[in-house]
Structure formats: structure tokens, C-alpha cells
Design a protein. Sequence first.
Length: 140
Amino acid sequence: MEGQRRSSEEATVSRHEERLHITKGVREQGAIRVHKRVETEHVKEQIPREVEEADMERTGPNPDDSGTIETLPDGSISIPILEEELVVTKRTVVRERLIIRRRTRTEQSPVEAELKRERVEVEADPDVEVETEGSAWERR
């Protein structure tokens, strides 16, 4: 026993006991695998439905046809069938006028050419006297 003395006649004793200290932890125990399968089932059912039907008679229009829905004496209904009629016309219109003027201008253009000129030389015997007038070539 363990103890301490306080005085000669008194002693203290410490008493010990064990207690449980419990903790929780998570550990993997195992795994579960899940697989999906898709199954297809063909279903065919008969479902009742209502369908309206009409009997139709086509006739040409009367000259005085109003174009409106009419109830005939036998209780049937006469419905005119209309269609749009496309009317296409073409006409020529002036879109633009072109004015073209002609003018003349004078410009200087250089021209080069080789011209030949003949000269006439007259020889006469010393005894022959020749009189000449100026030629057109020499006047230029």
C-alpha cells in the first residue's frame, strides 16, 4: 500500500482502478459490386381513338358564288376552296440615262521621216549660155 503520513496516527491511502477507454474507428470490411443490366421489352397495345372522316364532292363554282361557307338544304356544308392567284407584270422603266459628248482636241505629234530631194546640176559647154530661174526647193 502506498501512503503518506500526515501525523503519527493518520495515514492516507490512494486507491486505483482501471477504467475502459473505448474509441471507435472505421475500417474497410469488404466491398459490394453492383452491376446494372438493361432489358428491353417490346410492348404492343391497341388504344382506341376517334377519327373523323368526311365525304367530299367537288363541283365548280357558280358564276354568282359568294365565296362564303354555306349550309345546303340537305344539311351538308359547302366550303369554297380558295387559292391565291399570283399576278406578275413586268414593265420597262428608265433607270439611268447616259449622255455621251464627242469633242475634238488638237495636239502636237512629232513625226520623223527621211525625205529625198533631187538637185539638178546643169553643165553647159563654155560656149553655151544658160539662164536659170530659182527653183521651188531653193526658196524654202
